[in-house]
Design a protein around this ligand. Structure first.
Ligand code: WTA
Length: 629
């Protein structure tokens, strides 16, 4: 975070009320109503969630107990039977939503496709049957390495339909990063595409899968299912690789949704932590379905005719919860965009909004800062009058960017929901409810009903208003992660042991620094651990350090995030070299490409500095400005 951002966060006190017109039509209409709901949830959280689970979702069988909390292990809706793909698809087919657009896809270059609920249901059933035909059974883990095309969502829903947990790996990750995630998850099958569009180039995804699987590096993978997207040359390995369009011709479109246990694993999603290896965050079915459903409904204030667009990639949690599961569970029309703003098409986001009449738009502060640089004449040249509500996610938004977003994109009429949450939390935790809570630029405002958040010190004591501390959640919620895949100790250590239990009550440690102001508004300042955020993408410094030391020239490496006006933070690496090597521009270039090869372009260091020695703590650990944490 830049100093000017910290400065403005500390001194920001503008208050923006939603318009009376917005509030009157909103799901939650006033601060009083929010406080009532919040109070009810606080008085009896289990009743609050159980009532919503009953009214908002379809269950094959109801639960025996709402909550089983044996810290840090949690179960929600114990013994309930549910299927999230049923809730996202089948239940809408008997209503007027049957022929409503479920998914509007804008592809590059200029491709476009709309799937109604009935059509999406049909494709998901076929895809699920194809998976079954390839031997995938309930409990088998399926890797998904896809571009932003409808089949990415179809594949996720197909897995969910048959109870095969998915692990989506962002298409920008390298073959090495993909391999590590498939190995850790013991994936049985990989779904990919021949290629995908990223900016103006084709990314050869299938080729990356081939590299990841080469020489038996991932012995668990038996089959690869390939969707045709870009039609460039690639090879299919006989017996292992299958075209989706070939299988589609052979499978039935009838595939009933499997009644799954509430606590059956829905997906693993890998995310960076402060130690080396990315961790597999595990989410289960019932609680996640409920949590993403209700947060989508109230925070994005969805109306039946809305067109809703979240610009994330399905490779991240935002794409899981707020492109696919939350919106579809609500029967909304969700937009999926394969492109990204780039020099050759600076106005592409605004074109999508204009073309499809987007009403609710959810993006990242990094994108907003990039748009500011491009100049407001670009959005001004488009008709953005369909927009009613705006959202941001992923990193703190500097008030200047907030004000620009509000004025230039929102036309001073759209509330902005600045939503704080994490891969681990499953859904949004701290956010305005747009018709109820006045916003302050840079603050995620107040917790969602049923979420009990506090700023505490490391002894678990609440800190006074306007003092900095650690963001903690004091009561379990349905969307919370269940464990780190294959490493329950790491789960306990990372989230439940930084703060000691308070009167026997365990506190979830989010890893973010925050303060609460005199109105109870939360101001999230950023990570307090070795996680950095580059363009809103979460990276562990140790992950990048490990990538660097795997290069033969590097003896030791220390990575830090340097504040960057556009990207939030930029990767800076300090490196000491092995005896026979000396620093040069060519080596810098080589080390940067090495990191790209090991992790992906998102981790490319902006700067590499050679150094004779790196600072160490007295216990011999590398230390770059972290000793005070
Ligand atoms: C940061 C993304 C400030 C935070 C959904 C968190 C934010 C990390 C906000 C999680 C926000 C996310 N204001 N910071 N509105 N939203 N963050 O797992 O540091 O990719 O811990 O989940 O992003 O990143 P993740």
């Amino acid at each position: 975070m830049s100093e000017s951002t910290i400065e403005s966060i500390l001194h920001e006190n503008r208050l923006f009320q939603p318009s009376a017109e917005f509030s009157q039509q909103a799901a939650v209409k006033s601060l009083t109503e929010y406080e009532q709901i919040y109070g009810q949830a606080k008085a009896d959280p289990e009743k609050f969630w159980a009532d919503l689970a009953t009214t908002e979702l379809h269950w094959f069988q109801t639960w025996d107990a709402v909550l089983n909390w044996q810290p840090p292990n949690v179960q929600w809706f114990v013994n309930g039977k549910i299927n999230i793909s049923y809730n996202c698809l089948d239940r809408h087919l008997t209503t007027a939503r049957r022929n409503k657009a479920a998914l509007i896809w804008e592809g590059e270059p200029g491709d476009s496709r709309t799937l109604t609920y009935a059509q999406l249901h049909r494709e998901v059933c076929q895809f699920a049957n194809a998976l079954k035909q390839l031997g995938v059974k309930k409990g088998d883990i399926v890797g998904i390495y896809m571009p932003m095309i409808p089949e990415a969502a179809i594949a996720m829903l197909a897995c969910a339909r048959i109870g095969a947990p998915h692990t989506v790996v962002f298409g920008g990750f390298s073959a090495e990063a993909l391999r590590d995630r498939l190995v850790d998850g013991n994936a049985k099958l990989v779904i990919t595409a021949d290629g995908g569009w990223r900016k103006d180039a084709i990314v050869p995804l299938k080729e990356q899968v081939d590299k990841a699987l080469a020489n038996g590096q991932v012995p668990s993978v038996e089959n690869v299912l390939v969707v045709r997207r870009t039609a460039q040359a690639m090879t299919l390995t006989e017996g292992r690789d299958h075209w989706w369009h070939d299988l589609q011709k052979t499978v039935s479109a009838h595939c009933p949704a499997e009644p799954l246990d509430s606590e059956d694993m829905l997906f693993i999603l890998y995310t960076s932590g402060s130690t080396g290896k990315p961790k597999g965050v595990v989410h289960t079915t019932g609680g996640y379905n409920l949590y993403t459903h209700v947060t989508t409904k109230w925070i994005f204030d969805l109306r039946e005719t809305d067109v809703y667009w979240c610009t994330a990639d399905v490779g991240w949690i935002t794409g899981h919860s707020y492109i696919v599961y939350g919106p579809l569970s609500n029967g909304a029309t969700t937009v999926m965009y394969e492109g990204a703003p780039r020099a050759s098409n600076l106005g592409c986001f605004w074109d999508v909004i204009e073309k499809h009449g987007v009403n609710v738009f959810y993006t990242a502060p990094t994108a907003i800062r990039a748009f500011i640089k491009m100049g407001e004449e670009i959005p001004n040249a488009r008709d953005l009058s369909s927009l009613r509500l705006l959202g941001t996610v992923g990193e703190p938004i500097n008030p200047e960017a907030w004000m620009w977003y509000n004025r230039v994109i929102g036309g001073d009429r759209c509330p902005i929901v600045d939503t704080w949450w994490q891969t681990e939390t499953g859904g949004i935790m701290i956010t305005p409810l747009p018709g109820a809570i006045a916003t302050k630029p840079g603050s995620a405002t107040r917790p969602f009903p049923g979420i009990f958040a506090e700023v505490v010190d490391l002894n678990g004591n609440s800190v006074p208003a306007n003092e900095g501390g650690y963001l903690a959640i004091t009561h379990p919620w349905p969307g919370m992660m269940r464990t780190v895949y294959g490493d329950p100790d790491r789960f306990r250590r990372t989230y439940w042991e930084h703060i000691p239990p308070r009167d026997g009550n365990y506190l979830y440690f989010a890893g973010d620094g925050a303060r609460q102001d005199e109105d109870g508004y939360f101001w999230v300042m950023g990570r307090v651990d070795d996680v950095i955020s580059v363009s809103g993408h979460r990276l562990g410094t140790m992950e990048i350090e490990s990538a660097l030391v795997s290069h033969p020239a590097v003896a030791e490496a220390a990575v830090v995030g340097k504040p960057d006006e556009l990207k939030g933070e930029e990767v800076v690496a300090f490196v000491t070299l092995e005896g026979t090597y000396s620093g040069s521009d060519a080596l810098i270039k080589d080390l940067k490409s090495h990191v790209v090869k090991e992790i992906g372009a998102l981790a490319r260091p902006g700067e590499i500095r050679f150094s004779d020695a790196l600072p160490k703590t007295d216990r011999g650990k590398l230390c770059v400005g972290c000793c005070d944490r």
